[in-house]
Design a protein around this ligand. Structure first.
Ligand SMILES: Cc1ncc(COP(=O)(O)O)c(C=O)c1O
Length: 378
């Protein structure tokens, strides 16, 4: 019999989501305005302890709006974490900015404050003032925001916080999504909560959010006819998708608990194996454990990451490599990079394990059997 596939991070939705969609239909609020859009924006802003939110069709669209709100244009310099998904940095390229990539550090796998400082010092010497720093909380682990914000402040550069993977994570009890001048979230199908596709921009600055709203709805001037002084986009989230988001946000805490349990399951099983490193939470850090990831020392474990992936694949279990850093991407081969190659090593030796909040005991049994075989657990 063909086995059901265990996915890396599938959507996890319930009845209330379906009821809300029906409500959107039955009230005919199916376009980009409506009560669910308003409520989702209010709820998301509140959850992230921000004044306002603008919900859009993707996290990438939210970053694009952040780039536009900050007035970033051709030739401007933007510093971006190298180890991330390309959605973090594509919008700066849409606006023809010059991207400089910053390495990771080992404690959180996120932007290294020392490399950030090196890049900013070099920019200063060359009389370049970067327009933004894009920092990411990968796999749910908060970046070293205290240090990064203090450096950004010192050099007077705005921070765009990419919290696409970190809704529900906290640093010293402050939620991810509350740290940047502008912060973004993703509700893509693989995220901890989803609207099928979607994203949000959150901020404490009402002018930033009102500009984002304006740009996200084709930059229509306030006139009795269609007049445009700026180029805008059709980015706003529909009321149908926002209705899913409203229900998903209610179960977010449960999803965090379940994903943290997944991490514990893997940790208990593998903690004594020599050559496996987990991403521990430093003091004051709380990760939503969006994905559980391991670093594999091939020499000590006697098996490569690619071989582990194909072993799982035989069992219809999806695993993935870590993000390939942006400075290693062919498309960015001419961009500057600051760091010592921590992110190169993470990419070469890292693996993401199935981490969905709807993985059940049967799935865990299949995963455990496979891991027991791969690592010869007695
Ligand atoms: C770190 C990060 N940034 C940005 C994005 C872009 O979000 P979206 O897929 O909603 O456009 C994603 C994921 O999809 C992501 O993981």
């Amino acid at each position: 019999m063909k086995k059901n596939r265990i996915f890396l991070s599938p959507p996890h939705i319930g009845q209330e989501e379906a009821n809300n969609v029906l409500k959107a239909f039955s009230t005919n609020w199916i376009s980009t305005t409506g009560p669910f859009v308003d409520k989702f924006e209010k709820d998301i802003a509140k959850f992230c302890e921000r004044k306002e939110a603008c919900v859009v069709q993707s996290g990438t669209a939210a970053i694009h709006l952040a780039i536009r709100v900050l007035g970033i244009s051709e030739g401007d310099t933007v510093l971006c974490q190298s180890l991330t998904f390309i959605g973090s940095c594509n919008p700066a390229i849409y606006e023809k900015a010059n991207l400089i990539f910053i390495d990771s550090e080992n404690d959180t796998w996120n932007m290294c404050p020392n490399s950030l400082r090196d890049a900013l010092e070099d920019c200063k010497k060359r009389k370049i003032t970067p327009k933004a720093i894009i920092v990411v909380h990968l796999y749910g682990m908060p970046a070293k925001m205290d240090e990064i914000l203090s450096i950004a402040n010192e050099y007077k550069v705005a921070v765009i916080e990419d919290a696409a993977e970190a809704l529900g994570s906290k640093l010293n009890n402050k939620p991810c999504g509350s740290f940047g001048r502008l912060s973004i979230l993703s509700f893509n199908g693989n995220k901890i909560i989803t609207t099928s596709g979607g994203g949000a921009l959150v901020s404490d600055n009402p002018t930033d959010i009102s500009e984002a709203n304006f740009l996200s709805t084709q930059a229509k001037e306030n006139k009795p006819f269609y007049e445009h002084k700026k180029i805008g986009y059709n980015y706003k989230l529909s009321n149908i998708l926002a209705s899913i988001g409203v229900a998903q946000l209610k179960v977010l805490n449960d999803r965090v608990i379940k994903r943290r349990k997944n991490y514990k399951f893997y940790y208990e099983l593998l903690k004594d194996i020599k050559g496996i490193t987990f991403l521990n939470e430093p003091k004051g850090y709380f990760s939503n454990r969006w994905l559980t990831c391991l670093i594999i020392d091939e020499k000590k474990c006697g098996i490569s990451v690619n071989k582990i992936i194909s072993e799982f694949e035989e069992e219809q279990i999806e695993t993935r490599r870590l993000w390939k850093p942006m400075h290693m991407q062919p498309i960015f081969k001419n961009n500057q990079f600051y760091g010592s190659g921590v992110s190169n090593l993470l990419f070469e030796n890292g693996i993401c394990l199935p981490s969905g909040s709807n993985i059940d005991e049967k799935d865990k049994k299949r995963i455990k059997i496979k891991l027991t075989k791969i690592f010869s657990i007695k």
